[in-house]
Design a protein around this ligand. Structure first.
Ligand code: ADP
Ligand code: MG
Length: 661
């Protein structure tokens, strides 16, 4: 960022230079510009914000062409009173924070919250926090658009905690999230912010966890409920979740909820809420349906858009490589060898592929974990924990299973299978480059999938550069580098205890005497020993994948290609000629298809959420023009079948029927 610029705009700022946080958050020092009613308010979170009256052109250009930091915040069409309110809010925070403890103090947050933030090391608000917190403190509705990892949780969590009424026993805040994992994360975040506040009860509510346990907690009194739409609805219908005193509803990752088919549930919940309530909607993207919700259910919302693509682009280096289907596994091993970093997530399209990939990597000595719909919740959490603390270095996951996954140490995301669309791509690569670190993303494309590259590039608004499958030379170089690194580390931090090291020293001395060799020779022999019989270098051709024996013809490649779900089919024969369901599965037809713009995520989400079928039981999904097929476990009980017939996805009844019957 340009220091000079910040100094000019924030000339009246009273506190000194803001503390340097993690890299991603130092960008916040870039003055946040909100355009309110044509006047520009800089650094809303600073204790003495300057209010300027720029010409209309300035406002436009600052909103449309974010400068180096790439951050622009626009709050269009706010009414006149906002202006006044905003000024008042700033006046209040000035009075209360003569000596700001941290940049967060300027929001006028209570001491206990500031202590909580200090304990978790938040020093400075992120752009979305700067823009959203003052609005939410006023009780306004808000629509926020920002990528993952921008700090949305605290952006709504802090002001809602600030406004909590300690005396009220029924829930005051409800946060809806698309997944259980996310519900737990958000609940944990609330708990960490409120660690120093007395009597704040936060309850995560999601399917799969004990219902009665949740009811008991609710009875004892909870102020904040964080949950997935399905389970929250269940509690509401049963009368165990009383929202009559609700003050704020947050829709977190609204686009994900849409993608997973929860949007009707969300609307239903919205319709049950008290008339006087605050609604906050956060989304990484703004599809029409989400816009419509914000128009229909939010009252004069403040709009906050954090455009961070340029910054993201700098943080995440994105590349693609083209590889024939049957050679993907070997290409993956090569990429991991040559590009592997401390934490790697590999995205595959289906559960079966996650298993194939994981098995193959395991055989090559990687510590691999799998996250797919089959993995039970308890194990999921353990897996993520193991990834977080480094016991596992490579995670192979499906999209659904990895939603909302927040692990800082991911240095590389590999799209082993192409994602279904640009949004999914953005979400996947967002698993790296978190907390301000840099990240790498590599996309595998089969030759036929190359035509989707442009769409993905548009989604991230930058080119995804070509790379080759790493050849022997670069793998060998990487092996040598790693060996050198390991040797250095072992020298600095020995693995053995002193006793063992003394014994090793004796062995060295003895061999040196017996063989009368130099220390160098001895060290070399020890290094070779460390290779444990594996060849140090790959021999042979420099480039990989050129005219290899058994390289597939176009025909074979097409058969193996798994891009089928993306394309509409009109030919009913095609669905029969494709391979049938797995042994214990049965194939069903549902009356929603490509035309309805349904995506597999919608189908999985809806079926898993509504039928009580665990997501892990849902098999292959194919989307055709006006219908789709889905593989479900054999022997489905009649009542579940009846439920599924009536289930609506993309506003159409599934009308599920058994194929072939
Ligand atoms: P999002 O919901 O936008 O994906 P999160 O709220 O999950 O983002 O935050 C992403 C990460 O950044 C989390 O690890 C969170 O603890 C951290 N974080 C958020 N705000 C700050 C801040 N102001 N300073 C430092 N770290 C922060
Ligand atoms: Mg979030």
């Amino acid at each position: 960022m340009s220091k000079g610029k910040a100094a000019r705009v924030q000339g009246t700022q009273s506190h000194g230079p803001l503390p340097a946080c993690v890299e991603g958050f130092t960008r916040l020092q870039h003055p946040v510009t909100q355009s309110i009613d044509g006047s520009t308010l800089t650094g809303a979170a600073d204790s003495q914000a300057a209010i300027e009256q720029p010409c209309q052109e300035d406002v436009l250009s600052s909103a449309m062409a974010p400068q180096d930091g790439g951050i622009s915040v626009a709050i269009p069409e706010a009414d006149v009173s906002t202006d006044v309110e905003a000024e008042q809010a700033i006046a209040v925070s000035e009075a209360e924070t003569a000596l700001p403890v941290s940049a967060f103090a300027a929001f006028g947050l209570r001491r206990e919250l500031l202590e909580g933030l200090a304990a978790i090391g938040f020093e400075e608000p992120s752009p979305i926090q700067k823009a959203a917190i003052p609005e939410l403190m006023l009780g306004r509705d808000l629509v926020g658009q920002a990528q993952t990892g921008t700090g949305k949780t605290a952006a709504f969590g802090l002001p809602l905690l600030e406004r909590l009424d300690a005396g009220q026993r029924t829930p005051q805040v409800l946060v809806l999230t698309p997944t259980r994992e996310l519900a737990m994360q958000v609940a944990e975040a609330f708990n960490s912010y409120a660690a120093c506040m007395k009597g704040v009860k936060v309850l995560p509510i999601y399917g799969g966890a004990d219902f009665r346990d949740q009811i008991q907690h609710l009875r004892r009194g909870v102020q904040i409920v964080v949950g997935t739409p399905g389970r929250v609805m269940d509690h509401m219908r049963q009368g165990t979740l009383d929202l009559s005193g609700l003050r704020s509803l947050v829709l977190d990752e609204a686009d994900e909820m849409l993608r997973m088919g929860f949007i009707d549930d969300v609307k239903w919940v919205l319709e049950q809420l008290p008339a006087e309530r605050q609604v906050v909607l956060f989304s990484a993207t703004m599809p029409t349906e989400i816009r419509r919700i914000s128009q229909n259910y939010l009252k004069d919302p403040a709009e906050v858009t954090i455009r961070q693509k340029a910054a993201d682009g700098r943080r995440i280096r994105q590349r693609h490589l083209v590889v024939n289907g049957p050679q993907k596994l070997e290409a993956l091993e090569r990429v991991l060898e040559a590009e592997g970093s401390e934490g790697v997530i590999i995205f595959a399209r289906t559960k079966a592929i996650t298993l194939t990939v994981a098995e193959s990597l395991e055989q090559h000595g990687y510590d691999v974990a799998v996250l797919n719909g089959d993995v039970p919740q308890t194990q999921r959490e353990r897996t993520i924990e193991r990834l977080r603390d480094g016991r596992v270095n490579v995670l192979v996951a499906t999209d659904v299973a990895a939603r909302g996954l927040d692990v800082d140490r991911i240095g590389l995301v590999i799209n082993y299978d192409i994602p279904f669309d640009g949004e999914a791509y953005v979400h996947r690569i967002g698993r790296t480059g978190r907390a301000g670190r840099s990240g790498e993303a590599i996309l595998f494309l089969t030759p036929r999938e190359r035509r989707f590259l442009g769409g993905l590039e548009r989604a991230v608004n930058q080119p995804i550069d070509a790379m080759e499958v790493p050849g022997n030379a670069s793998i060998n170089q990487h092996r040598l580098d790693r060996l050198r690194q390991k040797l250095t580390t072992t020298l600095q931090q020995p693995v053995c205890n002193p006793e063992e090291r003394a014994l090793l020293g004796e062995i060295l001395q003895r061999v040196a005497q017996e063989q009368s060799c130099s220390p160098d020779q001895l060290a070399l022999a020890a290094l070779e020993l460390g290779l444990a019989g594996k060849p140090l270098l790959l021999q042979g051709e420099e480039r990989w994948g050129q005219s290899r024996p058994g390289a597939p013809t176009r025909e074979r490649d097409r058969d193996r290609d798994r891009g089928g779900e993306r394309r509409p089919f009109n030919d009913r024969n095609q669905e029969r000629s494709e391979d049938g369901p797995e042994d214990n599965m049965e194939r069903f037809r549902i009356e929603v298809g490509w035309r309805d713009r349904v995506k597999p995520g919608n189908i999985v989400g809806a079926i898993a959420n509504e039928s009580g079928l665990a997501g892990r039981s849902i098999g292959k999904i194919r989307i055709f023009d006006a219908h789709s097929t889905v593989d479900l476990p054999k022997g489905m009980p009649d009542d579940v079948f009846a439920d599924l017939r009536r289930l609506r996805v993309m506003n159409k009844e599934l009308q599920i029927s058994r194929l072939g019957s």
